[in-house]
Write a protein that binds this ligand. Sequence first.
Ligand code: PGA
Length: 260
Amino acid sequence: MTRRPLIVANWKMHHTRTAAEDWCSKWHELREDEPWPERIEIGVAPAFTALKTLRARGRSLTLALVGQNCHQEPFGPFTGEVSAGMLEDAGCAMVIVGHIERRQHYGETDRLIAQKVKAVREAGMVPIVCVGESENQRESGRTEPIIESQLRHALSLVSLARGAEIVVAYEPVWAIGTGRVAQPEQAEAAQAFLRGILASITNRDVAGDARILYGGSVNPDNASVLAEQPHVDGFLVGGASLDAGTFHRIVKAFAPLVGD
Ligand code: PGA
């Protein structure tokens, strides 16, 4: 693989500080027993309350800290919100933006997502921009225009000079939390398409270097065949990341592909 694989655990609204601590301890043991190539990058997106726990433990475990969401403004009277700068201050290197759960449950629009992407970049972090079609949209043959439009909108307020400044996550809505994973060729086709769109928004070098992750019901049984797809550069993992052992088995799917 030319691009460095990136596998991100999205814990959503799970895991207290104690549970995060336990996860890290188990992760440490698993890594000691079965190390994998350093080239595989691992990120964890805990609840805000567990960021500090992960930061304390994460460095020695070489886990990148990832925010699950942020506000689009740098500060202000926004009760209950957290800014991109605050996440950076808490040690985050990346922030998930545009996740379908934010779009669906909190009414996040393409415009708002673009503003959040800009806020993340301005705070010096890397946005993980999520795009994906619904079941209806796929069945009516609209997957490509939908994900193209989501990606173009999301990147409309930033200019990207390097592939390392962006991560895209292709997450078909019908596969998230449903146990219905995309077929490897479906993921590959959508992700190759997204790379082409990214090239037309930026240029071929940026698009060639940027990581495009697959997300939606990834588990240890389907991870290897998905990881083998040339445009699948990693995963965004929800449910199967909550248990360190299960997540570890997913990460190992990339080990044979990267060498030592
Ligand atoms: P899942 O979630 O792995 O539980 O399907 C993926 C995601 O929401 O990013």
